[in-house]
Design a protein around this ligand. Sequence first.
Ligand SMILES: Cc1cc2nc3c(=O)[nH]c(=O)nc-3n(C[C@H](O)[C@H](O)[C@H](O)COP(=O)(O)OP(=O)(O)OC[C@H]3O[C@@H](n4cnc5c(N)ncnc54)[C@H](O)[C@@H]3O)c2cc1C
Length: 443
Amino acid sequence: MYCPLQDPSPLPGVMAERAPPPLKAAFLEDDVATDVAIVGGGFTGLSTALRLAERGARAVVLESREVGMGGSGRAYGQIVPYAKHDHNHIIHHYGSESGQRIVDAVAGGPDYVFSLVQRLGISCDATQNGLIFAAHCRSGAAGLEGRARYWQSKGAPVELLDEAATERLVGSRYYPFSILDRRGGTLNPLAFVRGLAAAVQRAGVPIHERTHVTGIQRTEAHWRLRTAKGTVTAKSVLIATGAYSDALHPALQRSIIPMRAHQLISPPLSDNVRRTVLPGGHSLTDTRRLFSGVRVLPDGRFHLSADGPAFAPNGESFHKKGYRRVHQLFPQIEEFAWESGWTGWVDMATDAYPHVHELAPGLWSIIGLSGRGIVFATLLGREMAERFTENRNYQPFMPVTPVPHVRIRPFAAPLVSALMTLYRAIDRIELATYVRPGRSTAA
Ligand SMILES: Cc1cc2nc3c(=O)[nH]c(=O)nc-3n(C[C@H](O)[C@H](O)[C@H](O)COP(=O)(O)OP(=O)(O)OC[C@H]3O[C@@H](n4cnc5c(N)ncnc54)[C@H](O)[C@@H]3O)c2cc1C
């Protein structure tokens, strides 16, 4: 079974330019004892470690490569107040009480992330100026309107934007309708994850990089983690390895489908053009099944997050497709060749919901964040620390579920690729039949 841990692709240089330097933490050489051993140095593991330290518990973070090398250092950077599914789906899926707790917790997620950034003094271009969601078809518009009305009824700062307002905020006549959710925003994920790691170290939690955990065994009252040189003995363990999960826990590895997500970066836009493209500095996504986002980075480069090959690196045809999308959306952008790009792996759960599992007494995992990981990982990491420290004043919002067995995992590549081709075709038809004045042909 292919494991993304074997993917050698480097971290995004454009994000690294504006991020703290790599941690360069020492690998584990000794045998140590602690309260909680955390496997994985991404948002999930680090958020757990930080809260554990704040609650007075001891913890150790073990990272196979370097902090942020997983999805966390490669993300696009949207801080979204929603799960993949809308509030109705969540309430139907989890039941009204439990579902509502999830909806409300995620809605407050961006405030938590941005306040954490501020409290820890992390410099990561964090901007809570709102996210634009645009409609690519009639049902997409109806869905967005329903979402906005729901949140407006709860007093949330979500606005409906008609064609003129959308054109002003996007800088394009492509979409006739959108909503602006002022709770969301963006940040530089690599800077955030490195800043979080530095804060974890400052709080007294050791982080060991280049420390691959090869085995976890139950001893009488503890768990023992094996690495190449040292061991960790702990009362509890969190496996926070996301899409990069390997055979350390085979059932966990089989419970998700790792899928590649692709990012492209243009050269800096000229000042004139930059002023017309997303002039309020917002990030934009639309209701297409397979379209992720566009934004202008603080240095004036255009950042596209788009669907490409789900299991292979991208190539020339993906670059051309990405360029066509940008040009159709923003015809004012001068011709350019993509300056750089990167890919990372997303841990897709088949129900697209994050999962919290107790794999055995004291052995836990958070996985399946399904591309909405910055908020979920940060919240669920904190929540896991509350569980580990038995905080009775805290009520977890995410139920603990059994580990699903994804039977299609061995055939995931052809099945998912076929599904994506179908989704792209439906998206294209919906775009082409959503007729309105001034719109160019479907991207
Ligand atoms: C290209 C891309 C764009 C994305 N965009 C967004 C976005 O805009 N907004 C959003 O909310 N989410 C986004 N996501 C999703 C988000 O980045 C992830 O959900 C989140 O970073 C997952 O964090 P994590 O800590 O659970 O896992 P990861 O960050 O993947 O960390 C897991 C770590 O575990 C380590 N590891 C694995 N096995 C072992 C082992 N045996 N021993 C030791 N260490 C091990 C790995 O090296 C890795 O560093 C995106 C993801 C990608 C890939």
